[in-house]
Design a protein around this ligand. Sequence first.
Ligand code: HSE
Length: 340
Amino acid sequence: MRVKILMAGFGHVGQGFAELLLQKRTFLSSAFGLDVRVVGIVTGHRGAIVDPNGLRLDRVLKSVREGNGFEQSGYSVSQMSAPDLIKRLDFDVLTELTITDLKNPQPATEHIRSALQKGRSVITANKGPIALHLKELEALAKENDAVLKYEGTVLSGTPLINLIQMHLAGAEILEIQGIVNGSTNYILTRMEEGLEYDDAVAEAKELGYLEADPTADVEGWDAVAKAMILARAVFGTEVGLEQVERKGISTLRRADIQTAKEENKVWKLIARAQKDGEILHVSVRPEKLKDSHPLAAVKGAMNAVTVYTDCLGAVTITGPGAGGRETGFAVLNDLISIFR
Ligand code: HSE
């Protein structure tokens, strides 16, 4: 089966996905009978390239990675916009991987709406539109007989959302607790190892773990967006930004971390969604966990979520929570699950 993809956004995640499509071309065909072709890529800064027969991703990646944008890819670069291409191009799936904005997630939300209204499926790793508009977008997908997938928004390629929605479908989820932000967990881990807060932040920045605006991470906003997505995806409850209790890690000092250590405890930035009858309490705040807690052993930039169920007790999944290739893997898996 031929699957035609239009990509909006070609940053780290878009490139990670394209690289996986190249590497797994034969596997996708032999294991799932999928002949995946990227028929268009549209970006905010590099312009757009199109080939209805499928772009040569090796050439495109080489050109971009050598710093030439799409200019050396062998395709003519146009200034067509994403809305134009979504309207005019013949494609089956839109991947929405443009820059995320949690306050005003545009134009990403509009891209998703337009593709769904056209009856085309959408895969996104973009947190803003899903955190703020998931209910509306799901309804739109249903109305137009299309599919909306967003595994990469939380825990990157580590399959948390599909795990809960598919493989824990028969269980009642009572509570979820998670470390859903890698950079803050890295900072806290380095503080446990003796670094001062500012030095640990500087190190996380140098390693590229922090968002362009580090307050998104250290003040908990990124984790809040992920908690909102989980509230809707897991509990079916739409939670507004103002309903999430939020506290970041910026007030924690090395002395707090060391005191906890002496008590056999660790500080973690925990995102939590907990059912209390009909009410869902959602919070993001530093919590002091006992060493024996399943999330206490999660170190560095790793992410993990513990799901408390009625049938299995606690189920914990640990894995990478960021990275171009890791998030590109979520997009690839969502694609396979749509056409399987
Ligand atoms: N800044 C985020 C983190 C990236 O540290 O987890 C992944 O969403």
